[in-house]
Design a protein around this ligand. Structure first.
Ligand code: PDD
Length: 293
């Protein structure tokens, strides 16, 4: 695997990571008063780009952060990928409410947003042969309520992830009153008796509508696998035949163990592999269609 290369884009110019700076008075830095997206590119095509733009628009609307046109996300990605000389990358974009002096919770009405992007090279589709392995631990969901907004205020996600790493896991899976919500940076799916279960978007609390989650729902539909979006008790995960997490960066990750107890044989199960292959096929078709134009 070639090492990851990283460049940043700050309000229009490209910087090496060491030279990438914003003001300490940026509200993103001070309050996590910022929203973000991360889109994965295979072969120069942003996966679910329109969905990422739409979600960014919703996050901006909900938070009232103005002055950035989400429609410019693809051209920022293009600039970064040209600078990185790559066709396969993850492009993170963050839009904060802006720089405000002196520090005050109430935003000054005249702010213009700080827009930064981070591009990192990533593996091409051909190298993704199977889902990555993700041991998880289950933790209570202590996050802010409005988790459907993709905001950078992620302290509880970070604290839960630290707990996971301390327990030799890779991801925390969160629950509220015994019902799963989502992972620290992923959505979660459980396979029981051939059916896919995933927490609904609204209950028991708002979760992020993942773009990869959508791909999985589409894949399950194509494969004729039943999918239930609703309450998923923690025990359904503990007793799962198979389980996996999804995110733009990692695509599908097989949950190999829950709180140290192995799931299945610790390898991607049959349903997980079927879904993974179908998601890959959907991506491949998108690439072929894009390149035919
Ligand atoms: N996060 N839920 C949470 C809390 C997330 O942070 C993410 C992804 C997802 C999956 O969304 P998508 O499939 O659209 O990437 C669900 C990004 C990748 C991150 O924080 O890096």
């Amino acid at each position: 695997m070639t090492p990851e290369r990283i460049l940043t884009w700050i309000d229009g110019s490209i910087h090496e990571p060491d030279d990438a700076r914003v003001s300490v008075f940026d509200r993103g830095f001070l309050y996590g008063d910022a929203v973000y997206e991360l889109v994965r590119f295979f072969d120069d095509v942003g996966m679910g780009m329109d969905l990422h733009i739409e979600r960014l628009r919703r996050s901006l609307d909900r938070t009232g952060i103005t002055g950035f046109d989400p429609g410019t996300y693809p051209s920022i990605c293009r600039t970064l990928m040209d600078a990185l000389e790559t066709s396969d990358a993850c492009i993170y974009l963050q839009v904060s409410r802006g720089v405000q002096v002196p520090r005050r919770h109430a935003p000054d009405g005249t702010l213009s947003p700080t827009v930064v992007a981070i591009g990192s090279t990533s593996a091409p589709l051909s190298e993704l042969e199977e889902p990555i392995q993700v041991p998880i631990i289950v933790l209570p969901d202590l996050r802010r309520r409005s988790c459907d907004i993709k905001a950078t205020s992620l302290i509880e996600n970070v604290m839960a992830t630290i707990q996971a790493v301390d327990a030799d896991a890779a991801e925390p899976i969160l629950h509220e009153d015994g019902l799963l919500t989502e992972g620290g940076s992923s959505n979660v799916f459980v396979v029981r008796n051939g059916t896919l279960l995933t927490p609904a978007l609204g209950d028991p609390r708002p979760i992020l509508e993942g773009v990869t989650r959508r791909f999985v729902v589409e894949a399950a539909g194509n494969l004729g696998i039943e999918i239930m979006e609703g309450d998923v008790p923690v025990d359904a995960l503990r007793e799962a035949d198979e389980a996996f997490v999804t995110s733009s960066r990692r695509l599908l990750g097989t949950i190999t163990s829950v709180d140290g107890r192995q799931i299945g044989d610790g390898r991607p199960g049959a349903v997980t592999m079927q879904v993974f292959e179908e998601v890959r096929r959907i991506i491949q078709t998108v690439l072929e269609n894009e390149h035919a134009h």
